[in-house]
Write a protein that binds this ligand. Structure first.
Ligand code: FAD
Length: 411
């Protein structure tokens, strides 16, 4: 690296902003530039489908820090600026409008983009994606009591949006192609609990249902399903997953395989290029070094920690098992570990109390937990996963044993 190295971070979201901050916090004295194509300073996305949609927090609450803070830390923040191309041999990134930025180290933190609905009518006014603060600004005026909302996709974002909409008095129908909600992300036990909670709040579900088209001339007026059912709608929100934003990486020849491929320290095959957050996939120690791409705040922060440590020449940080959360009504779901591949579930507590945990086991080892209004169980399981410890299913199911004791005595 040169004596005044320049770190260029493309993507001013959770992962990119965290990297810039950690570099300065770790004493990096070279140049740091953070380029993002959104108009707002870097901000948190989780509140978008929760308190921000509900109108309980403002844009100022969303941003991590105001523009002044970046200036004070000598981080050059270029908002509303899109990087169009990267020339890796010359180490130059070209911005829209032809400005070029030379770099010593490049960090790709380009996130993910929502999948578009591949149906007629998907581009009508009144049909929305759900990824950015601007998306929510466009949706909020239609969140009026009595308005008809059709949410397409019953993943976490779709269900969080449905919960806020019901609390705002909208008439809500959720359409899901799978036979149950949350099919990709959790077990039937947790899915059926959330299905009954939403149904009790008045949300209607069309499960195992495919969207044929969105009706309307100047504005969406309804959703037609492939079985011919017609769902009237004043507003339609598509929450049908995301694809990693890899277009820049692809164009400059980096390897892509469900995200930009990196090593365990987030370095791509080009030693001067890192990739982190939703756009990247890396081998994870907690999963036998299998390549994993995660979409979570925790993963974005871990990527930033790894990159900052590499650039600063420090030892890699100790990494935690993955964790995630979702808020719906007064329910806080907290997840630690990855449940995929489980062969047994262990229930701790009673879902009728609206506070319980489901532990996932694979070959007699606990691999993950979904805890509903049970923060102690979440924290306990997270600590156990971190240490590679696993209590027996019988012990975990025994509500007479406090979670703290289970953690302290696990082998
Ligand atoms: P992003 O935050 O998406 O940032 C990437 C940025 O790069 C974007 O601003 C993008 O516009 C920009 N960009 C892309 N290409 C270019 C380019 N060529 N030039 C310039 N800029 C570019 N996670 C949780 O753990 N818990 C939750 O409860 C939770 N809730 C969520 C709710 C919603 C509605 C959403 C959308 C996500 C939620 N997530 C949640 C996921 C979490 O927010 C993401 O995993 C996290 O934001 C990923 O950070 P990132 O920096 O990788 O990507």
């Amino acid at each position: 690296m040169s004596s005044d190295p320049h770190i260029l971070i493309i993507g001013a979201g959770q992962a990119g902003a965290e990297t810039a901050w950690r570099l300065r916090g770790g004493g990096f004295v070279g140049k740091v530039t953070l380029v993002g194509d959104e108009p707002l300073e870097p901000y948190q996305r989780p509140p978008l489908s929760k308190a921000f949609l509900a109108g309980k927090v403002s844009r100022a609450d969303l941003v991590f820090r105001g523009a002044d803070a970046y200036a004070q830390m000598q981080i050059r923040l270029l908002s509303e600026t899109r990087v169009e191309d990267i020339d890796r041999s010359a180490r130059i990134a070209r911005l829209l409008g032809d400005e070029a930025l030379r770099y010593d180290v490049l960090v790709l933190a380009t996130g993910a983009r929502p999948r578009r609905l591949p149906v007629v009518g998907a581009d009508l006014p009144g049909v929305h994606m759900f990824r950015t603060a601007a998306d929510v600004d466009a949706i909020r005026p239609s969140f009026r009591p009595g308005a008809k909302l059709v949410v397409i996709g019953a993943g976490y974002i779709g269900l969080e949006v449905a919960a806020v909409a019901r609390q705002c008095g909208l008439d809500v129908t959720v359409v899901e192609a799978a036979a149950r909600p949350l099919a990709r992300v959790t077990s039937p036990e947790i899915a059926s609990f959330f299905l009954s909670e939403h149904s009790a709040k008045g949300v209607r579900f069309a499960l195992g249902a495919q969207v044929a088209s969105i009706r309307g001339h100047e504005h969406a007026t309804g959703v037609t399903l492939t079985d011919g059912a017609e769902l009237p709608a004043d507003v339609v929100i598509a929450g049908v997953g995301v694809t990693p934003e890899v277009s820049l990486a692809q164009r400059c020849g980096l390897t892509i395989d469900d995200g930009i491929v990196t090593d365990a320290n987030c370095r791509t095959e080009d030693p001067s290029v890192f990739a982190i957050g939703d756009c990247a996939s890396r081998p994870m120690r907690h999963y036998d070094n299998r390549m994993v791409r995660l979409e979570s705040v925790h993963n974005a922060i871990e990527g930033a920690k790894l990159v900052a440590a590499s650039i600063l020449g420090q030892n890699p940080p100790v990494l935690e098992a993955p964790w995630f959360w979702s808020d719906q009504y007064d329910l806080k779901l907290q997840i630690a570990g990855l449940f995929q591949g489980y062969d047994r579930v262990v229930l701790r507590g009673d879902p009728r109390d609206r506070a319980f945990a489901v532990f996932y086991f694979k070959q007699e080892r606990m691999i993950a937990v979904d805890a509903v209004n049970k923060p102690g169980e979440f924290l306990g399981a997270k600590a156990l996963l971190q240490k590679g410890l696993s209590p027996s299913p019988e012990v975990l199911a025994d509500m007479t044993k406090p979670m703290k004791e289970i953690v302290a005595t696990a082998g």
